[in-house]
Design a protein around this ligand. Structure first.
Ligand SMILES: NC(=O)C1=CN([C@@H]2O[C@H](COP(=O)(O)OP(=O)(O)OC[C@H]3O[C@@H](n4cnc5c(N)ncnc54)[C@H](O)[C@@H]3O)[C@@H](O)[C@H]2O)C=CC1
Ligand SMILES: O=C(O)[C@@H](O)C(=O)[C@H](O)[C@@H](O)CO
Length: 316
């Protein structure tokens, strides 16, 4: 028996990823878009990706490709798309007025049980959902690109979101194999993009000012901070790094005071610096999904080893 039915509004990069993730979880998926061509290319892309994933042994879920594809249907009628859906994930362009218009349409179509969720990267729930009749059923579930391989989902409630909506969304994300975190209150950019944009801003500055090459900048992340952050977050890193020092925050505070004082505003990114980056990036081997998945397998093996080591250290 299918675990349920979801509707995806917008069949671009994120909408098709969500469709794959939900189908892998056995959900019936109705994919809606205003552009029929987008739906056609979405189905082609999903089929192609699933075939490749099955071939390389990375297809998620217990169902075959054909079984998962059979769960996904497309339509250009919004009312038909949301009919019977208990969870509606909006994935339209990052435009506040467009999203508000779509949610006001959805608000007239759903009952008291459906959850209305947005994939928005930064927009505040209070700006998206305020005034809707079903505001208690509204929430942001912000994925990370590509959601099929990077499982984090930030769950961000509107101030009037009912706690049951938050808990149902959290449970749903766990059920389809994602890694949800709950924000206690809304803030622009949520958590991931506030951290990401701080990193990107400094990356631009360091490359733009000639401090480091684009390729080496990325290595600092992939072979430095990223190696750490694939296993432990910045707070645990700090804790482990200064173990035994009573006030280890001070150890970082000093450095932060010194360095952060030199941070300026987001650097104006000149065309030349951008060309330098895109040229450098085009010379790299693209990180294909298989690499992402292989890295995740490697990380999970390392985490298993790490927890075994921790247990051993505790028993020693
Ligand atoms: N691309 C990314 O890395 C990530 C994007 N997001 C967020 O997800 C949302 C979608 O982003 P993408 O998939 O990258 O955009 P996209 O541009 O790839 O796809 C948007 C889709 O919405 C469709 N659309 C436009 N107007 C519509 C309407 N009125 N009703 C239904 N569909 C409509 C378009 O035809 C297109 O297929 C944005 O809010 C974005 O910020 C979140 C996480 C990551
Ligand atoms: O980086 C991601 O995958 C997501 O966190 C996003 O929201 C989008 O890429 C966004 O940052 C683009 O501005």
């Amino acid at each position: 028996m299918e675990p349920g039915q979801v509707a995806i509004v917008g069949s671009g990069l994120i909408g098709r990823s969500w469709a794959m993730v939900f189908a892998a979880g056995g959900f019936k998926v109705k994919l809606y878009d205003v552009a029929q061509q987008q739906l056609t290319s979405a189905l082609e892309s999903i089929r192609k990706q699933m075939k490749e994933l099955e071939k390389s042994g990375f297809l998620k879920g217990a169902l075959s490709v054909e079984q998962q594809l059979a769960l996904i249907s497309v339509c250009t009628d919004l009312k038909a798309a949301v009919e019977g859906a208990t969870f509606i994930q909006e994935c339209t362009p990052e435009n506040l007025e467009l999203k508000k218009k779509i949610f006001s349409q959805l608000d007239l179509m759903v009952g008291d049980n459906a959850i209305l969720s947005s994939s928005t990267s930064c927009l505040l729930p209070s700006k998206l959902f305020t005034g809707l009749k079903h505001v208690k059923q509204c929430i942001v579930s912000h994925p990370v690109n590509p959601p099929y391989y990077v499982p984090l989902v930030e769950i961000v409630p509107h101030p009037e979101t009912d706690p049951s909506t938050t808990e149902r969304t959290y449970a749903l994300m766990k059920k389809i194999g994602q890694s949800p975190v709950k924000l206690n209150k809304e803030i622009e950019g949520f958590v991931l993009n506030r951290l990401q944009y701080a990193v990107i801003s400094e990356a631009w500055r360091l490359v733009g000012e000639g401090v480091v090459s684009p390729a080496d900048l990325d290595l600092v992340m992939s072979d430095g901070l990223g190696m750490r952050y694939a296993f432990i977050g910045p707070l645990e890193t700090m804790h482990l790094n200064a173990e035994g020092i009573s006030n280890y925050c001070e150890r970082y505070r000093e450095g932060m005071r010194l360095v952060l004082n030199t941070f300026g505003p987001v650097p104006e990114f000149s065309g030349e610096a951008e060309q330098k980056i895109s040229q450098a990036m085009s010379e790299k081997i693209p990180v294909v999904p298989k690499v992402l998945d292989a890295r995740r397998e490697w990380r999970d093996e390392c985490l298993a080893g790490l927890s075994k080591l921790k247990k051993q250290m505790k028993s020693d």
